[in-house]
Design a binder for this molecule. Sequence first.
Ligand code: GDP
Ligand code: IMO
Ligand code: MG
Length: 422
Amino acid sequence: MNTIVNGLQWGDEGKGKIVDFLTESADLVVRGQGGNNAGHTVIVGENKYILHLVPSGILWGDKMNVIGNGVVMDPVGLVAEFEKLRGLGVTITPDNLLISDRAHVVLPYHRDLDAAQEEARGKFSIGTTRRGIGPAYSDKATRCGLRLADLLDAKLAHELISVRLKDANQFLAAHGLPQHDADEALGHVEDALNHLRPHVTNTIPVLHEAWKADKNIVFEGAQGTFLDVDFGTYPFVTSSNTTSGGACTGSGLPPIAVDRVVGVCKAYTTRVGQGAHVTESQEFSDYLHGLGREFGATTGRKRRCGWLDMVLLRFACMVNGVTDLAVTNLDGLDERDEIMVCTAYNIDGLENPFPPAQRDAWDRAQPIYETHPGWKMDTSGCRTWDDLPKNAQSYLMRLGKLAGAPVKYVGIGPDREQTILL
Ligand code: GDP
Ligand code: IMO
Ligand code: MG
């Protein structure tokens, strides 16, 4: 059984925790897109792990993990992540982590280009993670990027980087940022590349062998549907296909290898960075931050919180082909008297069940809400559907009905144990 796990909102839905839950019965976990802009939190007992590039399956020790061709990989960041995880007792060797030789590499100038582009956007800045993700993906698309395989050949890499920097340096100079050269860029990643070299391989046959041998594969999505470069709140998106199709193009496994798609959403809606958020509520954000929740796992920024937005989820279930929903953070609503659910947007007097394409329309969209009674009960100790209060059950049933996909998993706390399987 091969399962894609995708975010249905603006990222941080709790994908890491759901991947961890599914990994127990899996053999292999593969990441197909994004870079270290992602931050996936898994809490096991006393330990809190934040995964940026390493698939969350690494925490199970005996599972194979693959960083696929569609990922943009910062070698220095990845080695730092290895060290942090090893410090927490996690084993990482070429026996449990492989990296695609086709993955594109994030180099120091990509991070500076990210900063320069954000500055150039002025009031249209995206609020990127400044990890160089956009520039690395645009280099890939404009065919001046470097794949890991290229970088392992130092002479060729030097030549390619020198050509790329002619143009990049002009842009950086215009924004008062330092100039880069190929020696410096290669010097910066040299140690990291030596460390990573044993993990780098052609991962595609490995994945196909696992598929043909009927192994269970989990595809770990990064970001979420509304950060997808095609389906998201463009231009306030990331630079990859975060939706289910990205799992295939990012790994080399075809669509017919996929058996199901688990869509992960919070029981409410959060976003970090700029861009539309129709159900955003300052009161609700303050409430969740007051509980110590909803701070970004990668940048520490406060997430912008709002009510559950079914316009997003309805569309996300369609484009991802969601077969099962995983609703996390239900416990965040435990103390609320009333809970709002946005069922449609009012845009210029018209009721819209789907998100608009036009960027200005997002700013004019007004949420149309229905109100649900709260349950005013601590759900964090619930372990079965029957343990959940009736009003929480009704809320989840309504969510599934509006989304058009059944709820299969419910999260009532951050710990590995706090997932209810329906
Ligand atoms: P990801 O990027 O989708 O993996 O999500 P993040 O790790 O960035 O953010 C999700 C946050 O919610 C993390 O702090 C998780 O520990 C936490 N979390 C996940 N599921 C639950 C849940 O059901 N309840 C609570 N209280 N926290 C959760
Ligand atoms: P996970 O996998 C939440 C957001 C950034 C910014 C926009 C573009 O943890 O869910 P980028 O650096 O990608 O060019 O930034 O996308 N963003 C995320 N928000 N979770 C993430 O990943 C994100 N990765 C990028 O905040 O708004
Ligand atoms: Mg995250």
